[in-house]
Design a protein around this ligand. Structure first.
Ligand SMILES: Cc1ncc(COP(=O)(O)O)c(C=O)c1O
Length: 338
């Protein structure tokens, strides 16, 4: 039995696990399943709410009335934090990377609707955002408030519990459906979902490998980040865990031009999966990871999924991030488009 720390009931769980029948039929001997974490809620949809169930529980236990967090202008994590703060009667203060855009769209619109206070930090100064966040936290304290600082993506020792708990859910899913997956595929950005899955896999006794497709940075960065977060988790919760033995598989090659920007293949994959399966991916995270997964499956024996018969893709959400990319979908208006 895993001894979980306090947790709020904020996500709609368990999320469904379904088979992609038409896409699976394109590969001989491969079953593709999707764990629908894009259905953890509507406004709070995606992977972040799983982490935030533990992070907000801690914030409330500490008597916080404010949460401070940070991310890109279209951060799904910041949006989920802003919405949950509004739901719990707390204030959210978001530090967003870049310039204030001339209009509100996607996640940023929802941040504003939720009443979050927003500060922009330029790309050039972004390396100081954690220091700034901590100063802001102290400033709130001086003004008689109590603020929790949540790092990018909610990826810290507390947030790690989100996907440890998700592995328990997956274990039950696999028992119920009778599948024995060889691989669990996910997009990785700040590493917290990947770290939680790696620890959760061990604790829940799953045999599937965790394959994480990076959408920023590189495999060496994730190797370090995951080890650091897992070590911090194991220390904080006094959990005996062999950090050195973690098999951290970060698959490079599908990030495209950079974080937040995608090549044409990703937009086409998003359209194909929407048409064939009725599942909507996003261009920043899940579209890249799914495109990577399909490409690796097509490579057969030379791909990183060689020999995998059953693969589970964790759909981590991101739908609101599709809308700011609407111009990239112009090809859908071309009558010759398949
Ligand atoms: C839709 C979506 N998928 C995947 C990720 C990656 O999760 P993590 O930051 O835990 O690596 C994020 C987080 O930024 C996300 O918003």
């Amino acid at each position: 039995m895993i001894d979980f720390p306090p947790r709020l009931d904020l996500a709609r769980l368990p999320t469904p696990l379904t088979r992609m029948d038409r896409l699976s039929a394109e590969f001989s001997g491969v079953d593709i399943w999707v764990k629908h974490d894009e259905m953890t809620g509507v406004e709070v949809s995606g992977n972040k709410v799983r982490k935030l169930e533990f992070i907000f529980a801690e914030a409330l236990a500490q008597g916080c009335d404010t949460v401070i967090t940070c991310g890109g202008v279209q951060s799904n994590h910041c949006r989920a934090t802003a919405v949950l703060a509004a739901r719990l009667g707390l204030k959210a203060h978001l530090l967003l990377r870049g310039e204030r855009p001339s209009w509100l769209s996607g996640n940023l619109l929802l941040d504003h609707l939720s009443g979050a206070e927003i500060s922009y930090i330029s790309q050039a100064d972004w390396h100081t955002h954690e220091d700034y966040g901590r100063e802001l936290q102290a400033d709130y304290e001086r003004r008689g408030h109590r603020a929790q600082f949540i790092p990018i993506g909610g990826s810290d020792a507390i947030g790690l519990w989100g996907y440890i708990a998700a592995c328990e859910e997956l274990r039950k899913d696999f028992e119920r459906t009778g599948i024995e997956p060889d691989a669990i595929v996910v997009a990785t950005g700040s590493g917290g979902t990947q770290s939680g899955l790696l620890v959760g896999r061990e604790l829940a006794g799953l045999r599937a490998r965790i394959l994480a497709f990076n959408v920023c940075d590189d495999a060496a960065w994730f190797e370090q980040k995951v080890r650091r977060d897992v070590a911090a988790w194991s220390e904080r919760y006094d959990a005996a865990f062999d950090v050195e033995s973690l098999a951290i598989d970060t698959i490079e090659g599908y990030m495209g031009p950079g974080y937040g920007e995608a090549g044409p293949k990703v937009y086409r994959t998003i359209a194909t999966v929407a048409r064939r399966e009725g599942v909507f991916l996003d261009p920043v995270y899940t579209g890249k990871a799914f495109n990577g997964m399909l490409s690796e499956l097509r490579k057969g024996q030379s791909g990183c999924l060689a020999g995998a018969g059953t693969v589970v893709f964790i759909h981590t959400g991101g739908l609101f991030g599709v809308f700011p990319h609407h111009l990239q979908f112009d090809f859908l208006q071309d009558p010759k488009h398949e």
